[in-house]
Design a protein around this ligand. Structure first.
Ligand code: PLP
Ligand code: COI
Length: 343
């Protein structure tokens, strides 16, 4: 199969329609059969639940072309589980997990020509999402929904590729204690837009959000979990007292890679913001971000620099990133069940 004629190496993280999307509708208490569509638009009632009370959840994962030309995706079962949980929290019908994985495979296969070639550095980003199409005016869950998957080829999330970026602690929270920070719902991202806009205006690439209850502990960025490397090489993974951090597939995979493949020590614990100066490296990890190295974090005008990762990617983040990417692209043997073969 011939790949599309695109300049894969110069792609950023932006939307470009591909040949097919996937769509399935929920009505009268059940999901229809679903299938691929060439229609990339959605028609809604003005009173649809998504437009009035923001019932929407989504996922993000990627497809890769391996050296031998095979197309695979990474741990879609974990995205299926997380979307199941996200939907339940917003009183939406869950899309069955096996159908989720099957739909992801169908849409990747349909768009195989759009999955960037091996070695290009680009990937096909898969965005499953679900939203309320049913009409509501009183505050209540809708009774009709649409599940869709769009795909788009992407390059690095932060412009400039894999180089350390500066981030800032905002005066706003992205989640509430006992709120929805631990699910993947569009409403969390709407919350993060204002502090993100302020951060960009001041020249920062992103925000580092602290815990919304005490503003003392590190939580995550607007679109990725945070990890640190300590002086002795230990990987330190922040844990939330409020359970307001999104359970990142990438972060959970990196913990496994660090512990079981690279033989590193991994410590999961609440991390106070005032101790981050003791760490020598920091990274933002997620599907879109992969691992984006963090040069420094600024709070109240004071910049804390990570000494092994300020000007170039530090050795710990570099090795973690390379190992994960090699697993995803098939250059290194993957732990059982991580790679889902598509075609
Ligand atoms: N945290 C937030 C807020 C995110 O939006 C994402 C992106 O999905 C992540 C973390 C990383 O999660 P994952 O590794 O599953 O993509
Ligand atoms: C992802 O990494 O898949 C995300 O959803 C993050 C988003 C901010 C692009």
């Amino acid at each position: 199969m011939e790949k599309k004629d695109l300049d894969w190496g110069s792609l950023g993280f932006a939307y470009m329609p591909t040949d097919y999307s996937y769509v399935s509708n929920y009505k009268d208490g059940k999901w229809d059969e679903g299938g691929l569509t060439e229609d990339h638009s959605v028609k809604l009632s003005e009173c649809a639940g998504i437009l009035q009370y923001c019932q929407q959840v989504f996922e993000g994962l990627k497809a890769y072309t391996q050296k031998n030309g095979d197309i695979v995706c990474f741990r879609p079962d974990l995205n299926a589980d997380r979307m199941f949980n996200s939907a339940a929290r917003l009183v939406m019908p869950s899309f069955p997990r096996d159908r989720f994985v099957d739909a992801v495979k169908q849409v990747i296969k349909g768009n195989a020509a759009w999955v960037p070639p091996y070695g290009s550095g680009a990937t096909l980003y898969i965005r499953p999402y679900m939203f309320a199409t049913g009409e509501v005016i009183g505050v209540q869950p809708a009774d009709e929904y649409q599940f869709r998957i769009l795909t788009t080829p992407v390059g690095p999330y932060y412009s400039g590729g894999v180089k350390p970026v500066k981030i800032v602690v905002p005066d706003y929270d992205r989640a509430a204690p006992r709120g929805t920070g631990n699910i993947k719902a569009g409403l969390n991202y709407a919350m993060s837009l204002y502090p993100s806009m302020l951060a960009h205006k001041e020249g920062y690439a992103d925000n580092m959000f602290l815990d919304p209850q005490t503003n003392t502990y590190v939580e995550e960025s607007g679109g990725a979990n945070i990890i640190f490397a300590a002086k002795d090489g230990t990987l330190v993974v922040p844990v939330s007292h409020n359970d307001s951090i999104l359970p990142s597939v990438t972060r959970r995979s990196l913990e496994y890679v660090a512990e079981n493949i690279l033989g590193m020590k991994v410590v999961r614990r609440p991390v106070r913001f005032d101790e981050i100066g003791d760490f020598v490296e920091c990274g933002m990890c997620g599907t879109a971000a992969v691992i984006s190295p963090v040069a420094s974090v600024t709070k109240d005008g004071k910049e804390t620099k990570f000494e092994n990762g300020y000007t170039t990617v530090g050795p710990v983040m570099k090795e973690l990133r390379q190992t994960l990417v090699d697993i995803q692209t098939g250059d290194r043997e993957a732990p059982e069940g991580w790679i889902c073969h598509v075609c």
